[in-house]
Design a protein around this ligand. Structure first.
Ligand code: COA
Length: 152
């Protein structure tokens, strides 16, 4: 898509995390913008503080951001042991740019990363977006249950 730039960040996204860097390594208040993107477009990540987001980035293996000039319009991240299991987290596209192929770009970029493609299985959790993930090859698993230990 014209004017959209994709950043595949270095491991743990130090530029974004420590300096808020965006395209061309320019300071763009990236952390504030990521917090805003989560707040505006997700149900599960509305109350994240900047310190928590920093820690989250520091401990993620693969991190993708999408920018429309100075606006942060897409995000996705993954964790992986690089052998058995990888998990996708926090895939989000800004509402005004949804259904334009950007979510697909984010997920494909994560799946094509060699640390993710090295894993035997890639997992994710979704409430409303099954059809989005199905067209990317994911299948609903009815044999296993999602178990959660809620601590908050
Ligand atoms: C889910 C999300 C990331 C999808 O991103 P997107 O950029 O809108 O998706 P794309 O345009 O890349 O979609 C590609 C294809 O996926 C399918 N798709 C996308 N969203 C869909 C939806 N809500 N329902 C059904 N199919 C969908 C369609 O086949 C679409 O192709 P089409 O536009 O030609 O019909 C985005 O809607 C979003 O950020 N939602 C809010 C946050 C969220 O729920 N994230 C998922 C957490 S698990």
């Amino acid at each position: 898509m014209k004017d959209i730039s994709l950043i595949k960040h270095a491991y743990s996204a130090p530029g974004l995390r420590l300096f808020g860097l965006g395209p061309d390594f320019q300071p763009m208040k990236g952390l504030e913008k990521l917090q805003f993107l989560f707040n505006q477009n997700t149900l599960w990540a509305k109350d994240r503080t900047r310190d928590q987001i920093k820690k989250m980035l520091a401990n993620s293996n693969v991190i993708i951001t999408l920018w429309n000039n100075r606006d942060l319009v897409g995000f996705g991240r993954a964790t992986t042991d690089q052998v058995y299991r990888a998990v996708l987290w926090d895939i989000v596209v800004s509402k005004d740019l949804q259904r334009a192929g950007l979510g697909k770009v984010i997920v494909e970029e994560l799946l094509n990363d060699k640390k993710i493609s090295a894993a035997e299985k890639v997992y994710l959790m979704t409430t409303d977006s099954k059809d989005f993930y199905k067209q990317l090859g994911f299948k609903v698993n009815i044999n296993q249950s999602l178990m959660i230990l809620n601590k908050k």
